[in-house]
Design a protein around this ligand. Sequence first.
Ligand code: CS2
Length: 494
Amino acid sequence: MDTTIQLNQKNLSQITDRIPGPTYTRKVLKSGMVHIGVGGFHRAHQAFYTHKFQEKYNAPQWGICGIGLREGDRKIHDVLKKQDGLYTLIVKHPDGKIAPTVIGSISDFLLGVDNPMLVIERMADPATKIVSLTITEGGYNFNPSTGEFDFDNPDIQHELKYPHSPKTVYGYLTAALKKRQEAKLPAFTIMSCDNIQHNGDVAREMLLSFAKQQNAALAEWIEREVCFPNSMVDRITPVTTQSDIDYLAKTYGIKDEWPVTCEPFLQWVIEDSFSDGRPELEKVGVQFVPDVKPYEKMKLRLLNAGHSVLGLLGALHGHKTINACMEDNTFVSYLRTFMDKEATPVLDEVKGIDLNEYKDSLQARFANPNIKDSVSRICSESSAKLPKFLIATLEENLAAGRSIKYATLVIAAWCHYSDKQADKDGQPLEIIDAMRNELHEAAVKTTSDPLAFIKQESLFGNLAKNKRFTDLYSVMVQKIYKDANIKKYMQDML
Ligand code: CS2
C-alpha cells in the first residue's frame, strides 16, 4: 500500500511538518509574473527567489502563472495542476547535506496548446506586470551565425498568417501586447532568463522583427513601451531522476511527481529596467545593476563554455557526469587551461569580481559530487549553445591572434560525437539536439572531407575559410578519427 502523502495544497500542513514549505497565503496570490517555459531551471531560480520573497514580505500581487506553449509541456502542466503548483526543490550540498523545501510561488499554470486565448488573456490582464522567459537558446528563433530572425520557420509563417492561433512565443507576445495596447494598458516587461549574451536585447530584436512583419503600428508601440532587461542567471540544475522522486518518498513519505534538484549556489544579476513595476527581489539577494553585460559574458564564456568543454570531451571519453570529469586530473587541468588561456582574454573587467576566484568557484561547483549533472544534459542542444558559449570565443581569439587550440579540440570532438554517436569505446551516446540529423550528415563526410563539419555556416560562420583554424582543426579531427582516445590528445596539450 502506498502510504506516501501526495504533495498538494490540501496536504500542505502535514507535509510542512516534515520539510519546510510556504508559510504565506497562497490562495490570494495573483500572477504579477507570467512565466513561459517552466523547466527545472525556472523552478530552481526565479520561482525560488519569488518564494523567498513571499516568505519574507508576503506580496500577493507577485505570484507566478506558469505557461507551457507546446504539447511537450503537458507533463509539467498536469503535474503542477495535480499538485496545486507546489513542488519540492532539493538542494544538494557538496558535503552530502540534502535540503528539500516545498516551493509555493507558482500559483497557476496554463497550457497554450489547449487554449491559446486563455494564455493571451492572462498575459493581457492588468495584474500581469512581467512576462518572463526560459525558452532555451534555440527558442529565440535566430540564425546562430547571422543573428537574424528566422522567418522560414513554419510555425512563424503560420502565426504571421493567423495571429489568433499563435504557436511560438512571438505569436503569443504580440497577441497579448496588442490587447494591452488596444485597452490602453501599460505594456508588461519581457524578462528573458536564458543563457544568451544580451538576452534582453536579443528578445527585443527578435520580437520587433516579427512584430514589424505582423503589424507595424504594434511594433512601434512595443519599441516605445516594452522594457527588456538583460540578465545573468545562474544555478546548476540537473535533470530530475527517479531516484530524486524515490528519495522524497522514502525519506519523508512525500509523493512529488516532479521535484527539482540543484546546487546551493545561485545568482541573478539583472538590469533595473521594467515597464510596469517589479517585485523588490533585491531584498532576497537579486542584484539590480545598470549594465549586466560584463557579468553575462563572464558567465557564458566561463561557466557555460566550461561545461561544454567538459561535456563534449567527457562524453567522448566515457564520463557520465560533470563531477566524474572533475575527478579526472586531465579534465581539471584542461578546463583550467582553456579558461585561463582562451576564455579569460576575451572578458572585460567585471567590477568587484576577481576572475581567478570566480574560476576556482566554478571548479568547486562542477566538482560537487552530489549534483551528478549528466554529461548528456550539458551536450544537449549543443548546436544552439556552442555558437554563443565557445565559437564566439574562438572567433575573438582568432581575430586577435591568440590561442585557439583548446576550443578547437572541443569542436573536433563534437564532430566525432555527432558522427559516431558513441564514446571512444563504442558505447552509444544519447544525442539530444534539434539539429541532430544535420550535424550527423555533415560529420559523416569527415573521412572524405576533414572540414565537412565546420562548413555548416549557420553554426561556424566563415571559420572554414580561416586557414589558421582549418590547419589546426583538420589535424585534430583526423587524429580523433584515427583513435578516439581523447584523453591522450588532451594530455599532449597540457
Ligand atoms: C549548462 C547550463 O546547459 C548548459 O550547457 O551550462 O544549463 C548551466 O548549468 C546553467 O546555465 C547554470 O546556471
